[in-house]
Design a protein around this ligand. Structure first.
Ligand SMILES: Nc1ncnc2c1ncn2[C@@H]1O[C@H](COP(=O)(O)OP(=O)(O)OP(=O)(O)O)[C@@H](O)[C@H]1O
Ligand SMILES: [Mg+2]
Length: 604
């Protein structure tokens, strides 16, 4: 069962208390709504009684005098009822919207603090559900749940009290249908609860399916998976529809059943009340009032069983949402961060670093842990250029993930200017680096927006100079609106090389001290490659550089090259030194060189 299918209790005191804390800032509005509900219930109770008075005191006795006033009072009560309902609806909805806003902000704020390990575990679709539909369900709780249930309960109690007060025997006759109501309601709640769980499960599956297949549409179309995926979706969609239809069945039975029971109560009242009227133990007006009260009695009952469902799903949603909010932030700034020595220019050192994506559980032996990095030590002096090479999966990107503190090391430490990364302020650490990734992430917005990412200090002039420096200016100018041209979602309208240049321009505009590059494995055409090489040269000027490269040609001039093999740093030195060692690097170089000349000879 997935998270989305779990339905907890309809009422969980712990969750409820926590939900109510979100209601607390709006206690005034809630108080107003409660007052409105009280007034509204009072008005609802008064109406049948006024009818009784009219009939017994005026119609039956043919006394006209005072009837006008009574009618006026009735109208006044109606107006009050209208006003009360208006105030209640408005304040509750308003409060509900505000609470939803608060909750969405809280969830999003927390999402931004959570570390990458959390995102490794949780699919995007699920997290989006937390911010959107789970919060919406809670709105139902606040607007039609908690507060109005109080109103319903009050109305019910009030009606019962008035009925017993007017004629307890007739009241007992009318209430004799209650066991039937209880049975029907129980049956309904049990089944609807289950079918609701099934419906939620299927909607979660639909979301997951859509998310994956819309994102991967080009792969779907390329491999001609349309028919297959259509059939799969057909299957899920059908089950979703059937689950919905099943829940409709329960509603379709429940409401008429309540109607019939209520009609039964009416029949009983007419039957027994009719006798009472003839035997003069009940006034005719009281009979009419009784009929009206019993009508008003059954609506809250069916309402309440619906609200019970709201309560239930809200509890489940809040459980999931609070689960997210309670997710500990594994990577954060220390309470009192240390400051780097003012003379520090960003000297990076890895000291016997061990790291695994699935960390060893404390207290258990280390065997069986899949170490991605083993005892890695190296250092990068300010201004130095370091290249990292190694086979796919050897741990190159991981080194960068650790350096930027997206993950924390398990053994050893990483220092900047002699201070452990974990003791520094997180913002400060990250603002030392410019990161250019294999996969350039662009946001929807304009080209210029994507270069400054909301940083006020980067003005148009700086944007343009950065773009010019890395040779991105030409292609940007050729785009309809230049720097104001819109970038589609994920930058899908730009070529890989263009995105790469854009990310260089972004890095340059931010002008950070240390440049970190994770080279694209996808190859670009030779012209663009030369362009990117040149741009890179500009970018590296005056900066400490750590560059991961697949094409050895890009890093030959580096001060030092690190060769990573299955998480172990096997060789280090300059290009010439490493060639002389005739080890892994030498073999890599030979392979690429031979491949290169092979390709060249094919081309010519
Ligand atoms: N988020 C993650 N969760 C779990 N394992 C991961 C994660 N990221 C990478 N790995 C694993 O860690 C190992 C090293 O991955 P890494 O991304 O550092 O390789 P790389 O050297 O950058 O490879 P490439 O050259 O293909 O980019 C791989 O075996 C990979 O499967
Ligand atoms: Mg990588």
């Amino acid at each position: 069962m997935s998270d989305d299918e779990i339905l907890g209790k309809a009422y969980d005191a712990r969750l409820m208390r926590r939900l109510l804390t979100h209601l607390r800032p709006y206690w005034r509005q809630v108080a107003v709504a409660l007052a409105a509900i009280l007034v509204g219930s009072g008005a609802a109770l008064a109406q049948p009684y006024l009818v009784k008075l009219a009939i017994d005191d005026h119609v039956a006795t043919r006394r006209l005098e005072g009837l006008d006033q009574l009618a006026l009072v009735y109208v006044a009560v109606l107006v009050v009822a209208f006003a009360a309902e208006y105030v209640q609806t408005w304040t509750l909805q308003l409060t509900g919207q505000r609470i939803m806003f608060d909750l969405r902000m809280a969830v999003y704020g927390h999402l931004q603090r959570l570390d990458l390990r959390y995102y490794d575990r949780n699919p995007v679709g699920r997290l989006m559900t937390r911010v959107t539909s789970d919060v919406d369900v809670l709105n139902d709780l606040f607007t039609s749940g908690v507060v109005t249930i109080v109103g319903d309960a009050l109305t019910l109690a009030g009606i019962m009290a008035v009925m017993v007060w007017m004629d307890w025997r007739l009241a007992i006759v009318a209430f004799s249908v209650l066991p039937l109501i209880v049975l029907v309601t129980q049956w309904f709640r049990r089944n609807v609860r289950e079918s609701y769980r099934v419906v939620r499960g299927w909607i979660a599956k639909i979301n997951a399916f859509l998310q994956e297949n819309i994102t991967g549409m080009s792969t779907v179309q390329l491999f001609r998976r349309e028919a297959l995926n259509f059939a799969r979706f057909d299957d899920i969609d059908r089950k979703y529809r059937d689950a919905n239809i099943e829940s409709i069945f329960y509603y379709a039975v429940f409401y008429p059943a309540i109607e019939v029971t209520s009609a039964l109560a009416t029949a009983l009242i007419i039957w027994y009340g009719g006798f009472s009227v003839m035997r003069d133990t009940l006034t005719f007006g009281a009979l009419v009032a009784f009929l009206q009260y019993s009508q008003r009695f059954f609506r809250p009952i069916s309402d309440m069983s619906e609200k019970f469902n709201v309560l239930q799903s809200a509890m489940a949603s809040s459980e999931r949402m609070f689960g997210l909010l309670d997710e500990p932030v594994a990577i954060q700034s220390p309470r009192s961060p240390r400051v780097r020595p003012p003379t520090g220019l960003g000297h990076i050192a890895f000291e016997h670093v061990w790291f695994a994506y699935r960390p060893p559980t404390p207290g258990t032996p280390d065997e069986g842990v899949e170490w991605v990095l083993r005892d890695v030590s190296f250092d990068v002096r300010p201004g130095q250029r370091i290249g990292i090479v190694g086979a796919t999966g050897s741990g190159k990107t991981t080194i960068i993930n650790l350096l930027l503190r997206f993950y924390d090391v398990q053994k050893g430490r990483i220092t900047i200017d002699g201070v452990d990364l974990r003791e520094l302020d997180l913002q400060e650490v990250r603002s030392l680096f410019s990161l250019v990734l294999q996969d350039v992430h662009l946001f929807s917005g304009t080209i210029a927006d994507n270069m400054r990412l909301g940083e006020q200090a980067i003005d148009d002039e700086r944007v343009r100079r950065a773009a010019e420096a890395v040779y991105a200016h030409a292609f940007i100018e050729s785009m309809g609106q230049g720097y104001g041209s819109a970038v589609a979602e994920r930058g899908s309208t730009l070529s890989v090389g263009q995105k790469q240049l854009l990310s260089f321009a972004r890095a340059l505009a931010f002008d950070r001290r240390i440049l970190v590059l994770d080279e694209a494995t996808s190859s670009v055409d030779t012209d663009t490659e030369v362009l990117i090489q040149d741009a890179l040269e500009v970018l590296m000027q005056g900066r400490t550089t750590i560059a991961i490269a697949h094409r050895l040609s890009t890093i030959q001039d580096m001060d030092q090259i690190l060769v990573l093999h299955k998480g172990v740093l096997r060789e280090r030195g300059s290009h010439q030194e490493l060639l002389a060692q005739r080890g892994i690097y030498f073999r890599l170089f030979e392979l690429q060189y031979r491949h290169q000349s092979h390709v060249t000879s094919l081309k010519s």
